[in-house]
Design a protein around this ligand. Structure first.
Ligand SMILES: NC(=O)c1ccc[n+]([C@@H]2O[C@H](COP(=O)([O-])OP(=O)(O)OC[C@H]3O[C@@H](n4cnc5c(N)ncnc54)[C@H](O)[C@@H]3O)[C@@H](O)[C@H]2O)c1
Ligand SMILES: O=C(O)C[C@H](O)C(=O)O
Length: 357
């Protein structure tokens, strides 16, 4: 009887320790033990951190990764509001253990031991702004977070969402180079939303289910650098010149379409969280050793003369293990490629100089 009562008391003590706010702040021993036990024990899974977890993308992404069976530990980091988001998400009855981290002082704890770090931290656009207008604020945020990654989980795969992606990925690369931890295969700019939009808009034109459509989108993630390859759509489809023009413009301006519709309340969050969760899931499947996982992503690349370019990549245990060539392009796409490269070159340079200066 006594032993039984002592066991019950211990369990209650553990639960209340888990709920106590200081336990949240300091990354509490009880939840660390539980997380580690769970991660080491029967339930297989990966440790994933979201940086910017309390934001528009971050909150929905936290929900989606909490219900991903490949995730055993989920760390939610932000400079505001993580206690509430963490408490909320942690009540979902799935396997992943959720822990919250608030502010720069807890960045190291948030990152230590992570297999995958997803970064949606930073300010979003308002109507009339370009993604490059976000550079001033977001470049510094990305630098700080990547310095933390270099220090605390240098082998993690990084999924970078913060805009302008065309520049923030080169910034991250320079930070990792400086720290001596750069592995180009492990740094991936997230362009999955461009593919989701392309699939949706093309399916509308073809009158089919978007899940049956696969549109490669290459180049980068801003305006003319977003280059859908409509000549390579699966299933094979042909488009009139008018349809090609309409689809290319709509895909390139999908982000602006949402920014304008939200009228000052931010940019795409729900579709982006979906896209980020899909991309993270593919990265985790690759880490697990599954074969044939292919996604478009903005990566360190030799596909063109530029140091970074979005293309189809094969994901594996090491990250982006293979980058595919662009394949045959039609005349419209060749002209688009030249425009994309011109703008991308400047955005890459700007990112590199931000760290080197
Ligand atoms: N790659 C893409 O396809 C894509 C799509 C949509 C949005 N975005 C970009 O994602 C970013 C986030 O968008 P959102 O709508 O979620 O914005 P948001 O303002 O709703 O959320 C951003 C979050 O980042 C946090 N943050 C700010 N500085 C931080 C720091 N130093 N460390 C950790 N967290 C910090 C904020 O507190 C906030 O909670 C923007 O830059 C946006 O342009 C990219
Ligand atoms: O358009 C934006 O500013 C956000 C994002 O890059 C998007 O494509 O929705």
């Amino acid at each position: 009887m006594e032993a039984h009562a002592a066991g019950a008391n211990q369990r209650i003590a553990r639960i209340s320790a888990h709920l106590h706010p200081p336990n949240f702040q300091e990354g509490g021993d009880v939840s660390i033990d539980r997380a580690n036990c769970r991660a080491k024990g029967g339930a297989p899974g990966f440790k994933v951190a979201i940086l910017g977890a309390a934001g528009g993308i971050g909150q929905s992404l936290s929900l989606l990764l909490k219900i991903n069976p490949l995730v055993s530990v989920l760390h939610l980091y932000d400079v505001v509001n993580t206690p509430g988001v963490t408490a909320d998400v942690s009540h979902i009855d799935t396997g992943a253990v959720v822990r919250g981290f608030l502010g720069q002082a807890q960045l190291e704890n948030a990152l230590t031991g992570m297999d995958l770090v997803v970064i949606p931290a930073g300010v979003p656009r308002k109507p009339g702004m370009t993604r490059d207008d976000l550079f001033k604020i977001n470049a510094g945020i990305v630098r700080t977070l990547c310095e933390g990654i270099a220090k605390s989980c240098p082998n993690a795969i990084v999924n970078l969402i913060s805009n302008p992606v065309n520049s923030t990925v080169p910034i991250a690369a320079e930070v990792f180079k400086k720290a001596g931890t750069y592995d180009p295969k492990r740094l991936l700019g997230v362009t999955t939303l461009d593919v989701a939009r392309a699939n949706t808009f093309v399916a509308e034109v073809l009158g089919v289910d978007p899940r049956e459509v696969d549109v490669p989108v290459v180049g980068g993630h801003a305006g003319v650098t977003i280059l859908p390859l409509l000549s390579q759509v699966k299933p094979p489809s042909s488009f009139t010149a008018e349809e090609t023009e309409y689809l290319t413009n709509r895909i390139q301006n999908g982000g602006t379409e949402v920014v304008e519709a939200k009228a000052g309340a931010g940019s795409a969050t729900l579709s982006m969280a979906y896209a980020a969760a899909k991309f993270a899931n593919s990265c985790l499947r690759g880490l697990k050793g599954e074969a044939g996982i292919v996604e478009c992503s903005y990566v360190d690349s030799q596909v063109t003369e530029l140091p970074f370019f979005a293309a189809k990549v094969r994901l594996g245990r090491g990250g982006a293990e293979e980058i595919y060539q662009l394949g045959p392009l039609n005349e419209y796409e060749r002209i688009g490629l030249e425009k994309a490269k011109k703008e991308l070159a400047g955005s890459i340079q700007k990112g590199v100089e931000f760290i080197k200066k």
